[in-house]
Design a protein around this ligand. Structure first.
Ligand code: HEM
Length: 422
């Protein structure tokens, strides 16, 4: 009898304790499988005070070669991970690719705002009020926007569906809620291959046409769409859970300074990057320790933000001296426009959990602005989210372990360099 009562109590309280335990276990498995002589910064060997110094060091410039961790990131960002801008080793090929990305992103502020407003209106006009997942609701906006930046024409529905399916697959695999689905990703590759000649920008000449396809897919239809959808899901979750913030944003639609502050606070509280890694290509001398060449440097964004004084720890787009984000100008500007478009149409509320990795994709209730909000869906949302957490944490444990092992087995990065490539 007591046994049954205890079991029932353990099951009933599972949402409160199980997900955390399983996440802890998953981290341990990852560390074990990746087991390598990596230095996490800030950490025991290199403190928070040296974080920026080491990150900005010219020797902290190895990008993929020589880190077991790279096999995992190449696996997640496939196909074509060898030409993803993030993965390229420094050199002329990287410089050419980075220049091309800058050229595709550059537009006047007015143009970027108008384009964003148009695609946001187009997508949001098709969003029905009710319970949504904010990341899913946002993704088509970014698919259409980045398609138009790349192809210089409005995004056809066929392309939008392919981009969304691809980006959703990448981000779901990254969060270990699903194993990756390479067939889904290959459908976008096939489309891009067919359309490559229609891209109006000069593409990197040091890449073959096939590599150019992978470069576009990786940078614009994976990283851009994934990062923007995640950033907006966080931002709108904050708005949904903070009626005071939402009220002020709605009552003062011209106060961009306040909206910028909310965007910054969101990026500060929920940094999109967990860890960015580099490989030291020469010794890095610090006052109390020398980091030897070959060391894998893992820069932990959440730890850095948590341990530094507020502003000092705020580097949402990386450090300028070491391959910072090329969209650091465009991203906040477009987030601002999309937020205004959402708030003009809907009021938002959420009773779901909000964590940095946001594996629940930001569940929220959208009510047409001015209409009365119903309470029942919010009660249902709270219960559903807690229980989803339980099965999701198990799924993450299983899929995460499988993908870590599969990535080790495929060793995409190690094999690429072992084959004499650069
Ligand atoms: C709010 C949205 C975004 C955030 C917070 C963000 C954040 C970052 C951070 C922290 C880095 C540096 C990582 C490192 O040091 O290894 C980075 C790099 C990068 N980001 Fe973003 N990003 C965002 C949106 C975008 C978008 C829209 C694009 C579209 C092109 C993009 C493309 C890239 C690329 C290509 C890199 C690698 C840069 C290089 O190695 O040269 N990001 N991003």
């Amino acid at each position: 009898m007591i046994g049954k009562v205890l079991t029932a109590a353990a099951v009933a309280s599972a949402p409160a304790w199980l997900p955390r335990r399983v996440v802890g276990l998953r981290m341990k498995i990852f560390a074990l499988v990746n087991g390598q002589d990596a230095v996490t910064i800030p950490g025991e060997r290199v403190g928070v005070e040296d974080f920026r110094r080491v990150y900005a060091d010219p020797a902290a410039n190895g990008r993929s070669r020589g880190a077991a961790l790279s096999d995992l990131f190449w696996y997640w960002l496939a196909p074509g991970p060898e030409v993803h801008q993030e993965h390229l080793e420094p050199g002329p090929r990287y410089d050419e690719v980075a220049k091309c990305t800058r050229q595709i992103l550059v537009r006047s502020k007015k143009d970027s705002e108008e384009l964003t407003r148009r695609v946001a209106a187009h997508v949001l006009d098709g969003v029905r009020p009710g319970l949504v997942r904010l990341r899913d609701a946002m993704m088509p906006i970014w698919a259409e926007l980045y398609y138009e930046l790349v192809f210089g024409e409005p995004c056809p529905p066929e392309a939008r569906d392919l981009v969304v399916a691809h980006a959703d697959d990448v981000v779901s695999a990254l969060k270990c809620v699903r194993p990756r689905n390479m067939r889904r990703r290959a459908r976008l590759t096939k489309y891009l291959r067919r359309r490559l000649a229609d891209v109006p920008h000069p593409l990197p000449r040091s890449l073959t046409p096939e590599e150019q396809v992978y470069y576009l897919q990786g940078t614009f239809f994976n990283t851009a769409v994934v990062q923007m959808s995640e950033a907006m899901a966080h931002l709108l979750m904050i708005v949904a859970k903070r009626p005071d913030v939402q009220r002020r944003l709605v009552e003062q639609p011209g106060d961009d300074a306040y909206l910028d502050q909310v965007i910054d606070d969101g990026l500060r509280a929920y940094p999109l990057f967990g860890i960015a890694h580099r490989i030291a290509t020469a010794d890095i001398e610090l006052a109390h320790v020398t980091i030897p060449a070959g060391t894998v440097l893992c820069f932990s964004y959440p730890d850095f933000a948590a341990r530094s004084a507020e502003d000092a720890g705020f580097i949402p787009f990386g450090v300028t001296q070491n391959r910072a984000c090329p969209a650091r100008g465009l991203a906040p500007l477009t987030m601002r426009v999309v937020t205004r478009e959402v708030l003009r149409r809907f009021s938002l509320a959420s009773t779901a959990g909000h964590t940095r990795s946001i594996p629940n994709r930001g569940p929220a209730l959208l009510t047409p602005r001015g209409a009365r909000r119903r309470r029942v869906p919010l009660v249902w949302l709270a219960v559903r989210d807690r229980w989803e957490d339980v099965w999701r944490s198990f799924a993450q444990l299983v899929f995460g372990t499988y993908m870590v092992l599969d990535a080790r087995h495929q060793a995409l990065c190690s094999r690429y360099f072992a084959g004499g490539n650069r």
